[in-house]
Write a new protein. Structure first.
Length: 115
């Protein structure tokens, strides 16, 4: 048998994600230096999930938001993206909404942590 046939792909374990969770998303990034050599590294993005779309379908996405130097940064991650290596849940906030877009408008309201 060839190596390709015997190679078993490890499936990523994605935890149950909900709005209000503080997560760290690890993603593979490919870079090309000035010499033309390709380099791969892992970059993480910390933030809070403010929206989840399409449930457990193939096209499911999460929107993660963080504030960096006073500027809000949002990234939309497709959950089935092969470049995502893992997602780590840090905290869970107590929320009563499915979409937390009110956090964009500058509310300084701090969400309480779920126990």
């Amino acid at each position: 048998m060839t190596e390709k046939n015997t190679k078993i792909e490890t499936e990523r374990v994605i935890p149950e994600l909900k709005p209000g969770m503080s997560v760290r998303v690890y993603q593979k990034i490919k870079e090309i230096n000035p010499k033309g050599e390709e380099k791969e590294r892992i970059q993480y993005f910390d933030g809070m999930i403010i929206a989840k779309k399409h449930g457990k379908e193939v096209g499911a996405t999460i929107t993660v938001r963080k504030v960096f130097d006073g500027i809000g940064v949002e990234k939309i991650f497709p959950l089935n993206l092969p470049a995502i290596t893992k997602i780590v849940v840090n905290k869970q906030a107590k929320v009563r909404r499915a979409k937390l877009f009110f956090l964009k408008r500058g509310y300084k309201k701090k969400l309480k942590e779920k126990k």
